[in-house]
Design a protein around this ligand. Sequence first.
Ligand code: GYE
Length: 305
Amino acid sequence: LTACGSGSGSGSGSGTITLGFSQVGAESGWRTANTKSIQEAAKAAGIDLKFSDAQQKQENQIAAIRSFIKQRVDVIAFSPVVVTGWDAVLKEAKAAGIPVVLTDRAVDSDPSLYVTFLGSDFVEEGRKAGQWLVDQYKDTREPVNIVQLEGTVGAAPAIDRKKGFEEVIKANPNMKVIASQSGDFTRAKGKEVMQALLKAHKDIDVLYAHNDDMGLGAIQAIEEAGLKPGQDIKIITVDAVRDGMQALADGRINFIVECNPLLGDQLMDIVKKVHAGEKVDRRIVTVETVFDQAKAREVLPTRKY
Ligand code: GYE
């Protein structure tokens, strides 16, 4: 017999923790930085990382998680592409006795099906974006026409960034979201959707994009339409990755709400604790800030991602 039923994960017997991680994809600069952070942190922590890229498809994530269960990894972590549809696979992990840690994005499953959720407060990010806009236009009596580029349909950051933003801009009755469409968090889609929006609406004052990449794609569309991003159309984005920060410093974006992708070290700490049977907080919120153009110029030289 070759099977060694140690019962404690994929067990080489060396005591090394095996972590199965299912990543959303490689859709944005944020995601690339997040992946790098997780891979580097696993290495530094001596954790054996089995990394799987789902290419933004839930079915791929479910297949990856099932394969981790089959391999009997010690801990499973994943960043769920969308909020719904995880009950079955989470129950399978639970039945197999493998703890699951959520990172970055939330699910709507019963919280007893996972140990903790490490990531940002996306509603708060949306509120910060909205608050900046409300402050900018506080003396304006004319209508402010806003277009919104939403993230992936059904994804927690898309749902929540919209919610927080729309909640706060209600304070100014002049502000109106005249169009809101998904750009799937990618630069290419951001450009494509913005091209269509520019054709359909001649009176766009503000663009709120749920991430830097869609904002950067939209900037190309705006420039190709002969308009000046940051001036003719004010632009707010979320993430604060290097390319976004550069555009902010250059005056083509007006404001960025930070969303921190460097979750690797915190994730590995959680994995170690969970594996050791220690208690962890059920919700761990990332600490984040906001950047205007002056602040972007100041921090850009030392920005890591
Ligand atoms: O803002 C976006 C990425 O889930 C927080 O996903 C993450 C988001 C991030 O594609 O750029």
